[in-house]
Design a binder for this molecule. Structure first.
Ligand SMILES: O=C(O)c1ccccc1NCC(=O)[C@H](O)[C@H](O)COP(=O)(O)O
Length: 256
């Protein structure tokens, strides 16, 4: 699956090479004020994901309305909104980012499979404040190029890892946030224990984000006990009959 996704991204980068208006980038870089993710100490914030579909499970929510969902995330305590911009596998769209940016004041994470600097320029033009970079997809020199470029453009990289080797790689990069993905990218099983196990290898001065498979207040409390500052949550929210109420339950995880 990951191979198919990356092959699709290569095709999209070729389209960007022809269509992206690079001249707009330096202009925007000067004028744009990024929205920062400021987390409260000793609390696990929620990065709420706009996730219409997954490549494994297909469509997650039939009556999914993107603007309503974004507004309900903002009203119910999300710290950041994660916007899936991949069309082919997640039924997202790059157009979602500017649309959501006009609706809410929260920082926006561009969630896609970034393989080229051109996608970083595009992310800036679309209005992203944070960008996901996946350690499993790149060797160290390439990750270094991408994280440095991301920062030069005024966006915050969220460096995603899956195991201890990738944590080591991430710690040699100029990143302030590491995202531990609980989803195994080989067999797509999800286990929150991945975050719990890897927490001790991430120093306190680096923000810890746990990604995938987080469903309950009990999960949030476990992440808090392991020093996580944020949880990236998609499916549990979009499949809930009341995503706003579900989000509030997760945000107020210690008030049960
Ligand atoms: O969500 C998937 O099925 C998936 C498959 C292949 C690669 C990545 C995938 N998900 C990306 C994500 O990291 C999640 O959307 C995100 O962490 C939220 O996870 P969840 O709360 O489990 O929806």
């Amino acid at each position: 699956m990951l191979g198919r996704i990356i092959a699709q991204k290569r095709r999209e980068v070729e389209e960007l090479r022809v269509g992206l208006d690079i001249d707009k980038v330096s202009e925007l870089k000067r004028s744009k004020h990024p929205r920062n993710f400021n987390h409260t100490p000793n609390r696990v914030a929620v990065i709420a994901e706009l996730k219409k579909a997954s490549p494994i499970k297909g469509q997650l929510c039939a009556d999914y309305n993107l603007p309503d969902m974004a507004l309900s995330y903002a009203e119910n305590g999300a710290a950041v909104i994660s916007v899936l911009t991949d069309k082919e596998f997640f039924q997202g769209s790059p157009d979602f980012l500017p649309e959501i940016r006009t609706l809410v004041q929260l920082p926006l994470l561009r969630k896609d499979f970034i393989i080229d600097e051109l996608q970083l320029y595009e992310s800036l033009l679309l209005g992203a404040d944070l960008v996901l970079l996946i350690a499993a997809v790149h060797n160290y020199p390439r990750l270094l190029d991408l994280t440095v470029k991301c920062r030069e453009l005024g966006m915050e990289p969220l460096l995603e890892v899956h195991d201890r080797e990738e944590v080591k790689k991430a710690l040699d990069l100029p990143v302030g946030m590491i995202g531990v993905n609980n989803r195994n990218l080989k067999d797509f099983t999800v286990d929150i224990k991945t975050s719990l196990k890897l927490a001790e290898y991430i120093p306190d001065n680096i923000g810890r984000v746990s990604e995938s498979g987080i469903r309950s207040a009990a999960d949030m409390r476990l992440l808090g006990e392991h020093g996580y500052q944020a949880a990236l949550i998609g499916e549990a929210l979009v499949t809930s009959p009341n995503p706003g109420m579900k989000l509030r339950e997760l945000v107020n995880y210690d008030q049960g």
